[in-house]
Design a protein around this ligand. Sequence first.
Ligand SMILES: Nc1ncnc2c1ncn2[C@@H]1O[C@H](COP(=O)(O)OP(=O)(O)OP(=O)(O)O)[C@@H](O)[C@H]1O
Length: 242
Amino acid sequence: MRRTMIKVDSVCKAYGSNQAVDNISLRVKEGELFGIIGTNGAGKTTLLEMLMGLRQPDKGQIEVLGINPAAEASELQEHIGLHLQSISLVDKLNVREALEMFRSFYKCSTEMKEIIDRFGLESYLDRPVRRLSGGWRQRVALAISVVNNPKIIFLDEPTTGLDMQAREEYWSIILELKRQGKTIVLSCHDMGEMQHHCDRIAVLRQGNLVKCDTPKRLISQIPAGGLTMEAVYVHFAYAGAV
Ligand SMILES: Nc1ncnc2c1ncn2[C@@H]1O[C@H](COP(=O)(O)OP(=O)(O)OP(=O)(O)O)[C@@H](O)[C@H]1O
């Protein structure tokens, strides 16, 4: 039986009168590639931010690796990888400096050589991050997110804005990290990618968790008979959907 890495029980989060996350409960197991989908504003980022300890839930309990993210954020940061939506923070640094800076933040960090080899960064080390193409910037952001050899990696829409080749390359690194036993939780708007790569997917609609299952079982639950995650998305994630 695989260990439970993330427990979310009856979690709520509102911004003023806007209920961004409404009574969500879920579990993520060790080694899972767990997807979160939903329309813009469905609550994906808010949920991810609470899992990462960047936001406090109003109600409910969260445990990530047995740690309460809101109460022990700095302890949790040692064991998780965060994908930065924008890496403009390190724009002025070159790739080597950016990796070294993030390595220095952690008590335990992966050897530079291992990171460079794993992400194929050897010939990019002296380039300023701001001069990299979108695909290479995302690759550097992913490399940064695993410098502490995390057990869980959280990625918020990491392939947005990438061309097809860069997406494929990005996914091949994610799948390699999964093969190494990492647990990966990510949000993404590309249903084809989610269908092909995720073990299970949580479908959010207006802050609610409407479904959570394998892509195959989600697809089989569409009454009219769909074949793809796009159909699942239209059926379950759209506001007003059944
Ligand atoms: N910092 C904030 N202050 C106030 N409201 C916020 C804040 N962040 C998000 N919201 C609101 O909370 C709701 C959920 O937003 P959230 O960003 O979690 O959704 P999302 O599913 O990640 O959307 P997207 O796909 O557009 O990134 C939205 O109505 C959004 O406008």
